[in-house]
Design a protein around this ligand. Structure first.
Ligand SMILES: NC(=O)c1ccc[n+]([C@@H]2O[C@H](COP(=O)([O-])OP(=O)(O)OC[C@H]3O[C@@H](n4cnc5c(N)ncnc54)[C@H](OP(=O)(O)O)[C@@H]3O)[C@@H](O)[C@H]2O)c1
Length: 287
């Protein structure tokens, strides 16, 4: 399965962010497709369970064949909100919940199948055999083509992978969040020949004032001039440099930014410059 080199995240397109109209969502889809970025990342819960429908309504009005796009969704978080009667936030990986969640995602996205289904967050109560059964059935019914996890530790990945072969782990990776470089997450996927997916690739750089971000800003300033690119593009290039061939899931709700991010693929960030950024993030040189 070949995903587009940058995956388009939809979390902030609906009421959890820009609150876009169907037309605005169509412009985002259209731009993504023009840029050759055909993989879209969803989750059942985005927009309090409303964003998949917003996207599905928009896509179904466009002249795009289903096979031209890839749709990822996630399941497993039960989130209390206006649209659901859950009493508390919890995780549910019962077979029944997984099957029902996929059914709703398919209905909302107005499609017959998902290209990839991810278990959104690990649950202490998840039973790999029950999950494997659900995955088997979904594959058999041609409702989901591939399966993966998100935010799983390496041992949690193995636990599920023993019951059913997974193709990715979608985790948080950015200049502010480098744990996956060291905790075995990326090593594990590389050893298996699988590509990791990364969410929040800009970290908290634009959303938080901190000493760490001030240090990063200084280095980014210098490197933006050197490479003739902007800060967003360089932050993405930092993640793309990793040899595990990370597939970044970008979260912008602006179509112009999708075009800009695409250019990150052309940045050949030199090794020493990559380490300058890491040093700024750590606040000290490597040992
Ligand atoms: N698996 C998981 O657990 C998980 C968790 C979180 C997210 N995700 C996925 O990953 C995707 C990306 O996550 P994310 O949205 O947190 O990632 P992100 O791409 O790091 O952040 C996007 C946010 O940064 C803002 N931004 C970008 N450039 C900026 C700038 N120059 N100045 C100020 N703000 C700027 C964007 O605003 P604009 O919209 O205005 O550009 C948007 O609000 C989501 O859509 C979702 O699909 C997965």
């Amino acid at each position: 399965m070949t995903f587009s080199p940058i995956i388009i995240g939809t979390m902030r397109w609906g009421i959890w962010g820009a609150n876009h109209s169907e037309k605005e969502v169509q412009k985002l889809i259209e731009t993504s497709m023009e840029e050759g970025l055909y993989t879209f990342d969803h989750a059942d819960i985005y927009g309090d369970y409303t964003t998949e429908k917003l996207f599905g309504d928009a896509l179904s009005q466009m002249k795009i064949n289903r096979e031209e796009v890839q749709l990822i969704s996630k399941c497993g978080i039960e989130m209390p909100c206006e649209n659901r009667n859950y009493k508390i936030k919890s995780y549910n990986y019962s077979k029944e919940h997984i099957m029902n969640s996929v059914e709703k995602s398919l209905e909302n996205l107005q499609t017959d199948y998902l290209d990839l289904l991810l278990l959104h967050r690990p649950s202490p109560l998840m039973n790999p055999l029950e999950i494997g059964e659900a995955f088997d059935e979904l594959r058999e019914q041609k409702k989901v083509r591939h399966f993966g996890v998100s935010n799983f530790s390496t041992s949690q990945f193995e636990l599920i992978n023993d019951a059913f072969p997974l193709i990715t782990n979608q985790v948080e990776i950015s200049i502010n969040h480098t744990d996956a470089f060291y905790d075995g997450t990326l090593d594990q996927l590389m050893r298996k020949g699988l590509q990791p997916m990364a969410w929040s690739v800009l970290g908290n750089y634009f959303s938080k004032e901190s000493e760490q971000n001030s240090k990063i800003r200084l280095v980014l300033g210098e490197l933006c001039k050197k490479y003739n690119v902007d800060e967003n593009q360089l932050l993405l290039a930092f993640v793309l440099k990793h040899p595990s061939k990370i597939l970044p899931v970008i979260g912008t709700s602006r179509w112009e930014m999708i075009r800009r991010f695409k250019k990150s693929l052309d940045i050949n960030l030199e090794r020493e410059d990559w380490f300058k950024l890491l040093e700024a993030s750590q606040g000290k040189e490597v040992n």
